[in-house]
Design a protein around this ligand. Structure first.
Ligand code: BGC
Length: 803
């Protein structure tokens, strides 16, 4: 049996220590590994962790398999789903269906278009995160999908505000992203569907994500972007959400397109074997992003368990027969192959997918569109009007609407411009973002963007989601104009007139309509899609000019923004006629209803920004998106832990609106925060990690609870998101001034007081020691502050010494 030796590894140009520092000691060498002393295969082999029962079931099936049968589980095949594993009939193992994506079932009809991850993060509401996950899990299961390609748990995290896929993830803050990731994974898997955490790791830009890139019309080939992340930053900023999602028991992780420190993510021994499988003790399977496998042997040895899309149509490693040969030649040990099979089958048994799992589709190509374009081009349209598609939506529209309402973030509200007053007689609505898509729901294709001669990518109406594999077709879209019109008729005096101009640049009509209106609602947007980063942070469709034009005539101009992240507002934010501004993110199919309920005051806004809004792109760390065309593009992450608000704080940059900011129609009074030492053992690890901690107890044990009373002092019901930020002792290297370490959303009736509690775990107070390769609580004063946003905090409280 031959393992990689160091010289062969160097010959292949691979690095056995991709990250700057040495690996932590893993568990003792596994006796099941043949000849461990010979090779550099660092394992470890799965043992099922907390899934012993499922692991045993998988092991007894494994014992009955031939080598080619084993390889089936490591290799994607052509089939009806995005990813397919054919299964083994003689052993009663069904075909596995693997499907996108993080906002719902991609290119299928009669499914929900859920709010995106960054939208649910803006609710800061754990219950809504859970309901969304459950709803998505039910829909995936209902359609017979075994593995859900999501959630995006930190790749991208959102290092640059220009990142084309930031909206698919929760927030650039590792703590907010961690909480949302844990909840989402657990909620989806509770429905019996495996989650595949995306995209491991350092996938922070679209530009150069693959090694082929179209430049001025010609395709050029070079090495894809390498994210060069130091060990400390990796552990403290980019890894935490993945760690939480592994603790939540995720059955799968997807390795990313980019390289990390010069080594492809899907054949990166340090990341996959040492960090993911040893340090985080991950027991599930690593599947490659589509065409992100570059080799067979080194991918197999360095931790990849399943290659996608697989046999016959992957560009790089496609396993299959090649892997059989490699085993027969002794280049890849059979134990590694067995490990792959066990890692794939253990979550399958653990989640009960062997029992009563709905049929996955059998038609090819997968067509659950219900009469939509399934393949071909304009001259060769193929439709299949299938009637018997299971409708899996249930009443998920309710949770979608609620998330829409609860995420909307009120940024400005002068002269009590909102909610819209009952006495308002002439309302006018502006912007293509207020109206229906000109070309319908699904005709723009499976990536959900349209193109015409002048614009390669756009969405022709109100923007409810982004484009690419993270999108889902909506079954319907309630657009803002429609919902506002209905709402005005329903409960106002009956004398409210709702006028509109949907053409963003029809300035003559805009001038006339705005002049006649008492209150103007301007809908603007920015669109984002996989494969490309945003060019800049401006609004699309001349949005700034639309707002300025309306505001020049209309004394009460309300701006509503649908965007994938930060946009710049400097041209109009201080205009005295811009009296209110709402950030509405990408809310999914119920968009119009959600925003209308907030505009008219049925619901008080309670969303808070899950990212910072700056005044210019230069406010964010430089070297965000690397786009210089060189043979090997490298993103060096020079800002370390200082991304988003941490960079603004550390460099005393005044944001336009800070991280965690959001206004309400009511008012809240904060009491005095207090802290108690309150030790309790971690009870949330469905699969515990092996992360080392130098201190008493476990890394995830709770040490303190900070509490604060909050009172609704206004006359309306409303919800407040209280936030807790930590400051490490000033002697602690590489730390930002403030780090989010707790939040709670309280729903309060007028006059009501409730207490917010912020449990603090050892990990929340620890830093990663590169030298010792473990987590430790730094010496010195640890200080916390509680408040309404990252820049509106109460007095500092020192955490008491632990006995
Ligand atoms: C994307 C993944 C997606 C896969 C399958 C890739 O291009 O990066 O997020 O799951 O395609 O559609």
């Amino acid at each position: 049996m031959l393992f990689f030796n160091q010289s062969l590894l160097l010959f292949l140009g691979l690095s056995s220590s991709a990250l700057a520092s040495d690996a932590p000691d893993g568990p003792a060498e596994d006796p099941r590994l043949a000849h461990p002393e010979e090779g550099v295969y660092t394992g470890p082999l799965a043992d099922g962790g907390n899934w012993k029962h499922a692991f045993d079931k998988a092991s007894s099936l494994l014992a009955q398999m031939t080598l080619p049968e084993k390889i089936i589980f490591a290799t994607g095949h052509k089939g009806p789903c995005e990813g397919n594993i054919p299964g083994i009939e003689r052993l009663g193992i069904p075909r596995f269906c693997i499907q996108d994506g993080p906002t719902g079932l991609r290119f299928e009809g009669f499914v929900s278009q859920f709010p995106t991850a960054h939208t649910v993060a803006a609710t800061w509401d754990r219950d809504l995160m859970e309901e969304r996950g459950k709803g998505m899990g039910r829909e995936f299961r209902g359609r017979g999908v075994h593995t859900h390609l999501g959630p995006v748990t930190g790749g991208p995290l959102g290092r640059s505000p220009l990142g084309g896929r930031n909206w698919e993830g929760f927030s650039p803050d590792p703590f907010l992203s961690s909480v949302a990731s844990y909840i989402t994974v657990k909620a989806i898997q509770d429905q019996g569907v495996i989650t595949s955490l995306k995209h491991f790791i350092g996938y922070e830009q679209e530009t150069f994500r693959t090694a082929r890139w179209r430049i001025n019309g010609t395709v050029q080939t070079f090495r894809q972007i390498s994210s060069d992340i130091d060990d400390k930053t990796l552990h403290e900023t980019y890894l935490p959400s993945f760690a939480e999602a592994v603790r939540a028991g995720s059955g799968s992780v997807m390795c990313s397109y980019n390289s990390i420190n010069g080594t492809h993510a899907c054949e990166n021994d340090q990341l996959l074997n040492t960090i993911l499988k040893k340090e985080l003790a991950f027991q599930g399977f690593v599947l490659s992003d589509w065409d992100a496998t570059w080799s067979n042997m080194s991918s197999a040895l360095n931790g990849l368990d399943q290659t996608m899309p697989g046999q016959g149509f992957s560009i790089g490693g496609d396993f299959g027969a090649t892997l059989v040969d490699l085993v027969n030649e002794g280049a890849v040990p059979i134990e590694r192959i067995d490990d792959m099979v066990l890692r794939v089958l253990t979550p399958f048994f653990h989640l009960g997918q062997d029992k009563h799992f709905p049929d996955s589709p059998t038609n090819e190509p997968r067509d659950l569109t219900g009469g939509l374009l399934v393949q071909g081009n304009e001259s060769d349209l193929q439709f299949d009007l299938t009637d018997d598609i299971p409708d899996v939506q249930g009443d998920h529209w309710k949770i979608i609407r609620k998330i829409g309402e609860e995420s909307i973030t009120l940024l400005k509200n002068t002269h009590h411009s909102l909610p819209i007053k009952r006495s308002t007689r002439r309302l006018a609505v502006f912007g293509s973002d207020a109206g229906p898509s000109l070309y319908g729901l699904q005709s723009c294709g499976t990536d959900n963007y349209c193109h015409d001669r002048s614009r390669p990518y756009f969405w022709p109406g109100t923007v409810t989601t982004g484009a690419g594999s993270g999108t889902a077709w909506a079954p319907y879209v309630i657009n803002p104009l429609e919902a506002i019109t209905r709402r005005a008729r329903r409960s106002y005096t009956g004398h409210t007139q709702v006028d509109w101009v949907l053409d963003d640049t029809a300035y003559d009509y805009i001038n006339i309509t705005a002049t006649r209106a008492e209150q103007c609602l301007v809908f603007v947007s920015s669109f984002a899609f996989e494969g490309y980063d945003r060019d800049d942070l401006s609004l699309w469709n001349d949005g700034d000019r639309l707002i300025e034009t309306v505001a020049s005539h209309c004394a009460e101009t309300v701006v509503v923004i649908h965007s994938p992240g930060p946009v710049l507002m400097e041209r109009w934010i201080d205009h005295e006629n811009v009296t209110a501004v709402l950030m509405a993110y990408y809310p999914g199919q119920e968009s119009g209803n959600a925003v209308t309920n907030v505009l008219f005051g049925d619901v008080s806004p309670s969303g808070k920004l899950p990212f910072t809004l700056g005044k210019s792109l230069e406010d964010w760390p430089p070297q965000g998106i690397i786009d210089e065309l060189v043979d090997q593009p490298n993103a060096t992450f020079p800002e370390g832990n200082l991304i988003d608000y941490r960079y603004f704080d550390a460099n005393s940059i005044e944001p336009r609106f800070e991280f965690g900011f959001g206004l309400s129609y009511t008012t809240f009074e904060y009491g005095k925060a207090s802290v108690k030492v309150k030790h309790s053992k971690d009870s949330k690890a469905l699969q515990p990690t092996n992360e080392k901690f130098e201190g008493k107890g476990g890394l995830y044990d709770q040490l303190y609870v900070v509490s604060i009373d909050i009172k609704n002092t206004g006359r309306r019901s409303g919800s407040e998101v209280a936030q807790l930020y930590l400051t490490f002792p000033s002697s602690t290297p590489s730390q930002p001034p403030l780090l989010l370490r707790g939040f709670e959303k309280l729903h309060l009736k007028p006059g009501q007081t409730k207490t917010a509690h912020f449990p603090l775990r050892a990990k929340d107070l620890s830093v990663w020691s590169v030298e010792k390769q473990l987590w430790e609580i730094p010496e010195g004063e640890l200080v916390v502050r509680v408040g309404r946003s990252s820049r509106d905090l109460g007095e500092a409280i020192e955490l008491p010494e632990l006995s």
